[in-house]
Design a protein around this ligand. Sequence first.
Ligand code: D5M
Ligand code: FE
Ligand code: ZN
Length: 472
Amino acid sequence: MLDTETIVRRFLDTKLQVHPEVVKYLAKNGDTDLLERVVSSVPGDTIVVLAQHVPGMGLTKDGTRFLTDPEVEIINGSEGSSRGVVGVADYLHYFRHRYDHLGGLIRSRCSAMPIDALKKPRYREEKCTIIGLVSEIKSTTKGHRRVDVEDTTGTVAVLFNKDRPEFADAETLLPDEVIGVKGSLSSDGKLLFADQLLRPDIPFSHAPYTSETPGKAVLISDIHVGSDTFLDAAWDRFSQWINGADVSYLLCAGDLVDGIGIYPGQEAELTIKNIYEQYDFLGELLQSLPSRLKIILAPGNHDVVRGAEPQPAIPRKFTGKFPDNCVFVENPALVSLQGVRVLMYHGRSIDDQIGLTPGASYENPSPMMEWMLKRRHLAPTYGRKTPIAADKQDHLMIDPIPEVLMTGHVHVMGIVHYHGTLAINAGTWQSQTAFQKQMNINPTPARAVVLNLQTLVPTVHDFSGEEMVISG
Ligand code: D5M
Ligand code: FE
Ligand code: ZN
């Protein structure tokens, strides 16, 4: 425990004023550790230390956690909130919104100059910092990376030297992500030799919210109802288990059904060949789960809605057979469960990340989720495998920082912690398809991840065998 005098003096020692509520909070809930963490993590230009600088404080007052419903609140991505793509895409506004917002997160940690200013002779061979969107990535003949970075004033070529430690980071760069670069300008002013790569990232001081009351959520993904590889026996075991389990929420991150016409020759692999009947069958499966469960369902690339992200929620004409305890959300969607915010994203951009990053593979989705969090973006790259609906606003940025990032799509389970945020890919309920065999993708099917909302500890329940297996 701390007394108020100690707290105030500690801040004054570091020339910081402190809001009385912060003093009260630290005196009541804090220890020296927390005090020191706050002191060391407030941004350099802070005058008064406020609730927002204290991990875990002000959690019901920041607007996103002020619950209208005591249990579930769809913060972003509720049914009907995404605009249709009408006419031409709005690239200009779209990338401008991304640059302003994510660039702003980096700007708070460094002082960057407009790229256009690098032309001035006085900056030659000087240290410079810039912030911009990655527009092109090339390997040089010597194996270094040459990256064009663009802001609203101009473009500059940045060189990441393969013999320097930040090269590993540079290898994960994706087109259209927002980065900052600290480096030295060449003698002709045309090339920036990178010393440091900055990403929007999650601050070290980030402390996730935990529910004050008990509650458990089950996270699953990629059910693929209608496919001949849908694991119905494993699903039945899951269904029986959940009927006796103390869980309140069930979340599925897309590919609810296998769909029709998704890939050439799919027809031959379908047991239900009509899209309405696929959803009806899923509706019936969900009817036999407890009605007290709140079920939150997002679409994926196999679902009936448009593929461009954000994807709209499953339309009502397909959901007639679903029980009333189902909520249909968009992809992505930010959902609050007792104040614990889960960002649901199907995960199609993982295909792009794997295709564009040396050494990345389908064996483990965890690094990809970690990179999404560092970039504060779910799908930065425009115009590859992930279709993106360029709107006036970028709905694929990660803000606010969720307690949990939940993905699917790759059909391989993965769990990773990154700066206080928990990232979970729950896998699938479909066994290996012919296509995946060809691609050498080895799924980990029939897993459900149980998330304790009070502790944020995940537990994996594996229904792939006759006996359920639980692991930490
Ligand atoms: O995706 C199931 C798996 O197949 C997942 O690991 C991604 C992979 N996949 C799907 N489509 C492609 C393409 N076009 N290229 C490479 N890998 C792919 P699902 O969405 O369930 O079909
Ligand atoms: Fe899938
Ligand atoms: Zn998918």
